[in-house]
Design a protein around this ligand. Sequence first.
Ligand code: ADP
Length: 257
Amino acid sequence: GREITERKRYQDALEKASREKTAFISTISHELRTPLNGIVGLSRMLLESNLDDKQRNYLRTIYVSAITLGNIFNDIIDLDKSDRKRLSLHPTSVDFNEFVTEIDNISELMAEQKGLRFELERVTELPDYVAVDTTRLRQILWNLVGNAVKFTKQGCVIVTVSADVTGDHADLCFEVEDSGIGIPADEQDKIFAMYYQVKQAGENLHAVGTGIGLAVSRKLARLMGGDITLDSEEGEGSTFTVTLRVPLSEPGEAETP
Ligand code: ADP
């Protein structure tokens, strides 16, 4: 009798704490996003104005930092949701070439910050409009490009995009390749686990970051009917491949269920 009551009380308290944590995360991230959107939007506008090199450099750092921060918010929110199996997608009809150009521009800024060469190649013709949750897809790609830049000291980051259109859908493929430190073979599965970071000898690169980006990104990719795979050689570099199957759509088509 008494033991069961105790346990019930304990369980209720736990559930209440968990609900409060979720409400807290969601309120905070919402509150933070509004000013963050201001920083992202206005620095993007300013980047198009006349600036000297030094000013442009500073502004680029502000812009990329704000985008990275937003991505971390998204990862944290999704992490919390995925615990509770509430992760859901909101696909809308998007101009896919425009989306790829945006990825190109932002990735280039990220790479330039570290003096890395960046290239985005469209290796096939791409569909005009697809139904996809762009917030989530951006989140995946920025995690991968952000990592590629973070774990590469010199050389390049290359993104390739291709599509295979059949019937009413397209199989999209994004490859993010870097000439960075690479990932040891026995770590390649582990890095997709929550909070996992490869221990780097010497440099403290692993201290920068959360270890949740890849775990969340893989969950999102699988939710989108795809996956993320990895091909890497220690000391040579890494290639992360995202595959997704998305419906073709028309401009302005409303949200698909
Ligand atoms: P974070 O980057 O915040 O540490 P992630 O989940 O994105 O977390 O990545 C987990 C770990 O996988 C990283 O800490 C790093 O050890 C390794 N990793 C990810 N991407 C790369 C890459 N492109 N090159 C080398 N190591 C990588």
